[in-house]
Design a binder for this molecule. Structure first.
Ligand code: SF4
Length: 159
């Protein structure tokens, strides 16, 4: 990611083959230049992407995929997704970055809804599939994933 697609893929291939054939890495372990959260750009610098609707054959809506994960949390358990500063979420996550949590979360946990004329951040924690994307991707590090009570979460019976 530091060197761009063409140079990065070429050198990645060289590194892979020296590892495979000779058992050593030319470059060792490289670090990313910045965190995932810092790689987000303000919404004003980006063009909206219009995705086609899921066709139910090769693409599926998020909630039917969450259903397949057998995700379950006790209804009354304490929320395991901690929002540190609700005001910052509104001014920055929504105001500056256009609410990326509503798109990066694979389970549709986060929603911005209008309540009494105000944008309100809603956390549907019972749908969380514990990927921890929100923990690393929130632009302000404002969301912390914590271990849920009572082993709740996804349950893939065939894995
Ligand atoms: S851990 Fe993953 S599934 Fe759970 S709320 Fe965060 S982004 Fe969504």
């Amino acid at each position: 990611s530091k060197l761009g697609t063409i140079l990065g893929v070429s050198l990645g291939g060289l590194d892979m083959w020296t590892n495979e054939l000779f058992g050593f890495s030319v470059f060792g372990t490289l670090k990313h230049g910045k965190s995932d959260a810092k790689s987000l750009k303000p919404a004003a610098e980006c063009k909206p992407i219009v995705y086609p609707k899921p066709d139910g054959k090769i693409s599926f809506d998020r909630l039917s995929s969450v259903f397949l994960s057998n995700t379950n949390h006790e209804e009354d358990q304490p929320i395991h997704l901690k929002l540190a500063d609700p005001a910052l979420q509104k001014t920055s996550e929504l105001g500056v970055y256009g609410g990326p949590s509503t798109r990066y979360c694979p389970a549709g946990v986060y929603e911005w809804m209008e309540k009494d004329g105000e944008d309100t951040f809603v956390i549907n924690a019972q749908n969380c599939v514990h990927c921890k994307t929100c923990d690393i991707k929130d632009p302000n590090g404002n969301i912390t994933w914590t271990t849920p009570e009572g082993s709740g979460g996804p349950n893939y019976p065939n894995m």
